[in-house]
Design a binder for this molecule. Structure first.
Ligand code: PXL
Length: 276
């Protein structure tokens, strides 16, 4: 019997700026997986704007999950993203224990060598502890360093052997042994490429794309949605990563053409129907 897959998506809902649920839900749906959001916070705009309204959802998450349990719901995967408090990470830990599923973690903790101001030491410890359940994890270099407790390399430039060590050390802390270190600049390159380093249970691969313009918010979320859903659909991690990198590159090129502000997110809607 064929069966459609379901992902519980633990992430915030930001009204403007195309990040987290507003990006992941349409993309994962386009890849034919049912998305069931478990909100961590409601924001007017994401935190990359000078002013944002944030309604933290911590004290309602437990009752929300409790209702899912009482309705005997189940999921093929639980995907996590932005957390607003350490207590939320604990709630999600219990959620994972009570709902057996593949666990895919996007550790939205920071960028460019800096942990987000909202991400406390306690949250960093909580996320490290969540790794034991991860089947797949997609840190950027900042997050990979934080998860391992090692310094961020000067200028954010790394060699592939350094990446191999980092990815293998992160994989050793997880259940599934699959890590994609995203959006890295390699020392062997002149800076014109952006690389995703794949560690799949010991097998190493690299997916590179041409770097185009500066950083744009929501890029990691769009990448994560395509890669996680494609992998859950049975594609190998290399193909899933290649597809995600190509999709994001296409969206970034269009954002440049539209001259969008960096914090408006990616105009992925233009390409949604091309996803399969
Ligand atoms: O794109 C990651 C992200 C998700 N959610 C919120 C954010 C950010 C990045 O800044 O602010 C609320």
């Amino acid at each position: 019997m064929i069966k459609q897959k379901k992902i519980a998506l633990v992430n915030d809902m930001s009204g403007f700026g195309r990040c987290s649920v507003t990006v992941e839900l349409p993309i994962i749906s386009a890849l034919k997986i049912q998305v069931c959001p478990l909100p961590t916070a409601l924001l007017s705009v994401h935190t990359g704007f000078p002013n944002y309204f944030l309604d933290d959802y911590t004290d309602r998450m437990e009752r929300y999950v409790d209702s899912w349990q009482k309705n005997n719901l189940s999921f093929d995967a639980i995907a996590t993203g932005f957390f607003g408090s350490a207590a939320q990470i604990e709630i999600v830990r219990r959620f994972i224990k009570n709902f057996p599923a593949a666990v895919i973690i996007d550790p939205v903790m920071g960028d460019h060598g800096k942990i987000y101001k909202s991400y406390t030491r306690e949250m960093c410890r909580g996320l490290r502890a969540l790794l034991e359940f991860a089947d797949l994890i997609t840190p950027n270099l900042t997050e990979a360093c934080e998860l391992l407790g090692v310094p961020y390399p000067a200028g954010g430039v790394v060699s592939d052997s350094e990446l191999a060590t980092m990815a293998s050390n992160i994989a050793a802390k997880t259940r599934g042994g699959r890590v994609v270190i995203t959006g890295v600049t390699l020392d062997a390159d002149d800076g014109s490429l952006i690389a995703n380093f794949i560690f799949d249970r010991g097998e190493i691969n690299l997916v590179t794309s041409r770097r185009l313009g500066g950083d744009r918010s929501g890029t990691g979320d769009a990448f994560f949605a395509v890669a996680a859903a494609s992998w859950l659909n049975g594609e190998n991690l290399f193909d899933a990563t290649r597809k995600a990198a190509d999709f994001v590159a296409k969206c970034i090129a269009h954002a440049e053409k539209l001259n969008l502000p960096w914090n408006w997110g990616l105009p992925f809607e233009e390409f949604l129907t091309e996803l399969k």
